[in-house]
Design a protein around this ligand. Structure first.
Ligand code: COA
Ligand code: AMP
Length: 628
């Protein structure tokens, strides 16, 4: 632990020295003379007078250094039966041309571009093309419904939207274009143009506002990199908060490039030329950081996988991809492995593939439960390494630093705070908790480079959401503890954010949809433990007095409405009609107590409960399997 301790200590006591040295790995058009700008707490900026271009760092400089023939991107798509490789030179050529397309549509530095795309190479190309122009991309996950897309379009106000004719989910072809059309009808803001990737599985009808990706590319002149300030935004990524309105997490250019480059070498132990595969989606932060930016900034080869862990075609899909592309490290969510394990408990399908290239399995997105940890360790016989972080930070807060100083694994712990993060566990009064004592996990300011500097157009919400609970600290929203060896344990969210199959969702957003139904008087959505997805949402609904509609019918309508308004990814399968919801005397719904009851966790009911019998009456609904 010596190298780790020294690095962590320096990163906190001498952030200028630590991050100034890390910044040398990035190519600047204007070298920063300052590292941390702490003039305006609680707002901090990294490399305030530096200038660079993130796309140049991800592509051009590798080509200029003579690595143009190295594979940058492998698109492996079992759902279309295709595989495609792009060298760094080819990816640069496509990106520069798509930047030319965007420029011809009037996109320049600071303009926003919304991307609503499946896992196709064009998603990576479009992200990098925005970075090339100094434009700000905002990728919206394909599993979100038109209304969610519309909310993001209205907040980001893009000049251009880039989308595709369809996505392919397992064996189903999902048309994207009608969803985009519906979102644009719902949105107040209208982009000037849409660029549509036409896929052979289902072509879309284009309107006057639309351009065909291939035709636009054929006619485009390549665009050069536009240097931007290190503090300029690179992207906005919307994430679920506790209310229905998503938060636009902003990522800057300079801190992001420095932090991700540092993380690839020191956290993940990956260098130039290594084959790296993150099985996530470009719509999530894991995809932004570790499918696209970090591996390319490093000069590694990244695999973009358009498929599922199971069903495309079977539970051996991951092993096939590792073997076929000689993947050195795989990064995925525990839920994906739980899906594989469910179908192939002994991993018999591993025998069909030579996975000898695999050195490490990295896991994040949700808690790595010890069962999945032990199973994966046994069947793959490689270190299984958890890491904990969130959209806001953009890269791991707690990890086992495989490149810097590998440490013994403790199942259930993502290991130690990563250099740059001054992690504290605080009690309700903001006082430090002792070893092993549960509390709120907070990060003492400043956050390291790469973490969010603010929320899009909303400094106030940034402060009220994250910085006001514990002054001088960023509240992560997660609860947990640090043990006597300094290992961090993350036990779950302390707010109303739920985590379904590694997807972060807001129970408040689902409640807002349910409350909009004319028959609903009040409702609560809680995340309950699920063996496959980690958590699934469950809705409890009280109907208005006098509603005589068939309960089953209302419940089915409510489930449909969440799918329609938020998207299939919300995975709300059941709404239960109940006579009353448990509350405090001041009228606050006791979600935490309901969750504890559903999960079978012993937790004292708050003394302020209005009527304990109401909670007790929900036991058969929340925990039906315990009834006899
Ligand atoms: N576009 C459109 N729809 C999508 C989608 C996308 N990109 N991603 C998911 N959906 C849909 C699914 O088709 C499914 O629809 P259905 O209710 O009609 O079946 C629904 O959203 C829920 O999807 P999901 O949560 O993925 O569940 P699943 O049952 O289809 O698959 C797993 C379960 C475990 C196999 C899957 O969740 C998985 O691969 N998880 C990996 C986790 C991950 O990548 N997390 C990212 C953070 S690291
Ligand atoms: P997201 O912003 O979508 O990446 O979700 C972040 C949230 O997912 C965190 O606040 C945690 O609640 C949870 N999470 C992510 N990774 C882990 C992990 N390794 N262990 C426990 N929880 C995790």
């Amino acid at each position: 632990m010596r190298a780790y301790r020294a690095a962590h200590e320096q990163s906190i006591s001498d952030p200028d020295g630590f991050w100034g040295a890390a910044a040398k790995a990035v190519t600047w058009t204007k070298e920063p003379t300052r590292v941390l700008d702490a003039d305006r707490p609680p707002f901090y900026r990294w490399f305030p007078d530096g200038e660079l271009n993130t796309c140049h760092n991800a592509l051009d400089r590798h080509v200029a250094a003579g690595h143009g023939d190295r594979t940058a991107l492998i698109h492996d798509s079992p759902v279309t039966g295709t595989r495609q490789r792009y060298t760094y030179a080819e990816l640069l050529d496509r990106t520069a041309r798509f930047a030319g397309v965007l420029r011809s549509l009037g996109v320049g530095r600071g303009d926003r571009v919304v991307l609503y795309l499946p896992m196709v190479p064009q998603a990576v190309i479009a992200m990098l093309a925005c970075a090339r122009l100094g434009a700000v991309h905002s990728v919206v996950f394909g599993g979100f419904a038109p209304r969610e897309l519309a909310v993001r379009i209205d907040d980001a106000k893009p000049k251009v939207v880039v989308s595709a004719s369809c996505g392919i989910e397992g064996k189903r072809v999902l048309p994207y274009k009608p969803m985009l059309g519906e979102a644009l009808r719902l949105a107040d803001h209208a982009p000037d143009h849409c660029v549509i990737v036409q896929r052979p599985q289902e072509r879309a009808d284009l309107t006057a506002r639309d351009l065909d990706w291939d035709e636009a590319m054929a006619a485009a002149a390549p665009a050069d990199c536009v240097p931007v300030a290190a503090t300029d935004p690179l992207y906005i990524l919307y994430t679920s908060g506790t209310t229905g309105r998503p938060k636009g997490v902003v990522r800057d250019n300079g801190g992001h490039a420095v932090a991700l480059t540092w993380s690839m070498a020191n956290v993940f132990g990956i260098g130039p030329g290594d084959v790296w595969w993150t099985a996530s989606d470009v719509g999530w932060v894991v995809g932004h950081s570790y499918i696209v930016y970090a591996p390319l900034l490093t000069g590694a080869t990244t695999v973009l996988y358009e498929g599922k862990p199971v069903g495309t075609p079977d539970a051996g899909a991951f092993w096939r991809v590792i073997a076929e592309h000689r993947v050195k490290a795989l990064f995925t969510a525990p839920t994906a492995l739980r899906a594989v394990r469910k179908e192939d408990p002994e991993a018999a399908l591993l025998a069909d593939h030579d996975t000898g290239s695999l050195r490490t399995l990295f896991m994040a997105g949700e808690r790595l439960d010890p069962g999945t940890y032990h199973w994966a360790s046994r069947v793959l016989d490689v270190p299984v390494i958890d890491n904990w972080w969130q959209t806001e930070t953009g890269w791991p807060i707690a990890a086992n630093l495989r490149g810097l100083d590998p440490m013994p694994v403790k199942p259930g712990s993502p290991t130690v705070p990563v250099p740059g993060y001054d992690l504290r566990v605080l009690n309700e009064n903001g006082e430090p908790c002792g070893p092993g004592q549960d509390g709120a996990v907070a990060l003492k300011l400043p956050l390291p480079p790469g973490s969010l500097p603010t929320l899009w157009n909303d400094d106030e919400r940034y402060v009220s959401s994250y910085l006001s609970r514990f002054p001088g600290h960023y509240a992560t929203g997660d609860g947990g503890y640090v043990d006597e060896d300094g290992y961090v344990f993350i036990m779950g969210r302390t707010d109303d954010v739920i985590n379904v199959a590694g997807h972060r969702l807001s129970s408040g957003a689902m409640e807002a949809v349910l409350a909009g139904h004319p028959a609903v008087s009040e409702c609560a959505v809680i995340g309950v433990a699920d063996a496959l997805k980690g958590q699934v949402p469950r809705a409890l609904v009280v109907l208005k007095a006098g509603v005589t509609d068939d309960h089953a019918q209302v419940a089915a309508e409510l489930v449909r409405s969440v799918r329609r308004e938020i998207g299939a990814v919300a995975a709300l399968k059941e709404a239960v009609i109940v006579p009353a919801l448990p509350k405090t005397r001041s009228g606050k719904i006791l979600r935490r107590s309901m969750r504890a009851l559903a999960d079978g966790v012993d937790e004292p009911v708050p003394a302020t409960v209005e009527d304990p019998a109401v909670l007790e009456a929900l036991r058969p609904v929340l925990r039906p399997e315990r009834q006899d």
